[in-house]
Write a protein that binds this ligand. Structure first.
Ligand code: TYC
Length: 112
């Protein structure tokens, strides 16, 4: 969205210099978004991955099963897109739970 941020009121004199160009857009910046990726491996049980997707990514059992199968077949899938802080939290939650269960599941994030 553009919006003028330089206005001239009555009495403000530009000295008659009509050649002065001012950038009148207000710059707003959307925060960057980060994809959270789940990686396949040969050892993590399918049910564990489904549980992770239900617990940390608010998926139904059917959605979680479908995404798990995508990762299993293709090697990787995006499981969500978040702000930097939320993405970091999700990655940490997945990695901590996997480590506690001694599964080699890998979860990473990358800028969208
Ligand atoms: N490939 C695993 C198996 O056959 C299942 C799996 C799916 C593991 C997704 C990790 O992110 C993953 N048990």
């Amino acid at each position: 969205m553009t919006f003028p941020n330089v206005l001239m009121s009555m009495g403000d004199d530009d000295g008659g210099d009509l050649g002065v160009a001012l950038d009148t857009r207000v710059r707003t910046k959307k925060p960057p978004l980060y994809k959270v990726l789940l990686l396949n491996d040969d050892y993590t049980p399918m049910e564990f991955v489904v549980h992770v997707l239900e617990r940390f990514f608010a998926m139904t059992h059917a959605q979680a099963f479908e995404i798990m199968l995508t990762v299993h077949k293709k090697g990787v899938a995006v499981v969500g897109v978040f702000s930097h802080e939320i993405a970091e939290t999700k990655v940490t939650q997945v990695m901590d739970l996997a480590q506690r269960h001694q599964h080699p599941l890998q979860c990473t994030m990358e800028k969208e």
